[in-house]
Write a protein that binds this ligand. Structure first.
Ligand code: ZN
Length: 379
């Protein structure tokens, strides 16, 4: 879904987070259905289009022609807490679903309880590792405003039925995703029939054994990758619907995706060399165009083209890896500027290049040479 078409580029008001939000009530008509949304206005466009966040964190991009009625009241907006959110989830998924609560997550599932617990524990470890990582580098993140929701379906089929409206044709190829719109991570039980989706006897040890098999590594990496996006967009590293270059948001998610299931305490591997992406990057180097760095940082086109997207992902990982290791202060400054970006304000390629040069130096050619030299030493 292209948000540029939903709201005009001419945004007149992006409300600051320090503003005490009143609740806005919006009635709208979409696809011949009447919908009512209560939430806080994130953006109000000049033409009357709205971006509204409801109490459960769902973002509603509403065009002026969809709005039937709107009013607000003096009651301040309050995001849903664990209990309220849990109640909402069980109302939305009534049949056979349960909710497993952890400190920051609600895992809503209809598979085995052991699998939901395994996910909750994995995500809490990731959450801690991610926050500690940035704190140690001088970027203190904040607690999520709303509990983080992970939906875990018992089978690919039930997952696909839920995911298809969002993913369309790609549903069968995507084993899990983070939705910027709903703020949820969505996936299915990866142990499949072996642990028995919904098999109440599956134990954490059994699940770990299955997922530690060599072939399962990339699958688990995907689950972690998507959860990393969710944390980044909920703890202040990035803002949903802000114009975060994909080489950064994807690069960060890949940087954290290396799973380390053997360590019960956490991510010994955080920021370790991502072997899969490194070998993809090496392969790409054989035919890498001389303007590759410039195209990567100026726009997201290479990520949108399925024929070359995997090269873009690999280069995004490599560039983040290089900058984190060789230019940590500049990288941090850049991340801080990006974290201030407001929703639905889009930069053109020139703006992106200018910000990149402001943070990493005017001489992109020199940086490119240093980048390639450094990546040849990474083993
Ligand atoms: Zn991603």
């Amino acid at each position: 879904m292209n948000l540029r078409h939903l709201l005009t580029a001419c945004v007149i008001a992006t409300l600051s987070s320090t503003f005490a939000f009143a609740i806005e009530h919006v009635s709208l008509e979409r696809d011949s259905k009447s919908i009512h949304v209560d939430g806080k206005i994130i953006v109000e466009a000049a033409d009357g289009g709205l971006l509204v966040q409801d109490a459960s964190g769902v973002l509603w991009a509403i065009t002026p022609d969809e709005i039937v009625n709107r009013d607000s009241d003096a009651i301040p907006f309050a995001p849903a807490d664990h209990d309220a959110m849990s109640e909402r989830l069980l109302k939305e998924f009534p049949d056979g679903f349960r909710v497993h609560k952890t400190a920051h997550y609600l895992v809503c599932y209809n598979t085995s309880q052991a699998y939901a617990q395994w996910c909750g524990a994995l995500y809490e470890r990731l959450f801690l590792a991610f926050n500690t990582y940035w704190k140690n580098r001088g970027f203190k993140l904040h607690e999520p405003e709303i509990p983080l929701v992970a939906l875990v379906f018992d089978s690919q089929r039930s997952y696909a039925a839920y995911a298809r409206p969002e993913l369309g044709e790609a549903t069968s190829k995507i084993i899990g995703y983070y939705s910027l719109r709903s703020n949820r991570v969505v996936m299915y039980d990866l142990t499949g029939s072996e642990a028995g989706g919904g098999n109440s006897r599956a134990t954490a040890a059994h699940i770990n054994r299955l997922l530690m098999r060599p072939g399962a590594e990339r699958t688990v990496a995907t689950v972690i990758h998507e959860a990393t996006h969710q944390i980044a967009f909920n703890c202040g590293l990035q803002t949903r619907y802000a114009d975060i270059p994909l080489w950064v948001s994807e690069g960060v998610a890949i940087y954290f995706e290396t799973p380390d299931l053997r360590s019960s305490k956490g991510w010994r591997n955080i920021g370790g060399v991502n072997r899969v992406r490194l070998s993809e990057f090496r392969r790409y180097l054989r035919n890498r165009p001389s303007d590759s760095l410039a195209t990567l940082v100026s726009n997201d086109e290479r990520f949108r083209d399925p024929r070359i997207a995997s090269d873009a992902y690999a280069e995004a990982w490599a560039l983040n890896y290089f900058l984190i290791h060789k230019h940590p202060k500049d990288y941090l400054a850049y991340m801080k500027v990006l974290s201030e970006k407001l929703p639905l304000r889009y930069d053109d390629p020139k703006d992106r290049q200018a910000l990149f040069k402001e943070c990493f130096g005017e001489d992109v050619e020199k940086l490119n040479t240093e980048f390639l030299r450094y990546m040849r030493t990474v083993r």
